[in-house]
Design a protein around this ligand. Structure first.
Ligand code: FES
Length: 159
């Protein structure tokens, strides 16, 4: 009686194949699970530019002036002791608006805003954001782009 070693060898190979496949699937699943667990320890926060920035002393802004802070896309307006910060980001699709004789115009799709940031011509549906302003103990003013206030909300400078 002859033993068929080749057949036995072929079965072992098939068994090894299925075993390796099972271990492979197990390993991929384990690594995927560990990756998901690892993601739990990474903060789910996007680090962007700070929402607060200093604009210096109120004396930097002459009465009646509208001063653009280009890198922040914000206009600072002053009327007496009242100082306001208006966003220069269009409420339609986010283009930067430009100051005009009547207020602000958006070069992208033609939205127009008055000097207070109210929409006077679409397609934008809402006015430009106004940001909250606070005064530091040093006297410097600080604009907080994370604090959106109603249009026309001024900060009254303490002298
Ligand atoms: S982005 Fe300003 S009108 Fe479209």
């Amino acid at each position: 009686m002859a033993i068929d070693f080749d057949k036995e060898k072929q079965e072992l190979t098939r068994r090894n194949f299925f075993s390796l496949t099972a271990w492979g699937i197990y390993g991929v699943g384990l690594l995927g699970g560990l990756a998901l667990c690892g993601k739990f320890f990474v903060p789910n926060v996007k680090y962007g530019p700070a929402s607060k920035f200093s604009i210096g002393l109120a004396s930097n802004f002459p009465d009646g002036a509208v001063q653009n802070i280009q890198d922040q896309k914000v206009s600072i307006i002053r009327h007496g002791q009242n100082i306001g910060a208006i966003s220069e980001v269009c409420q339609h699709l986010g283009c930067t608006v430009a100051a005009s004789s009547t207020g602000y115009d958006c070069p992208c799709h033609g939205s127009k805003y008055d000097a207070m940031g109210n929409v006077t011509h679409g397609p934008a549906q809402i006015g430009l954001f106004w940001f909250g302003i606070s005064q530091l103990p040093s006297g410097e003013l600080q604009v907080d782009k994370g604090n959106i206030v109603p249009i026309g909300t001024y900060y009254v400078v303490k002298s």
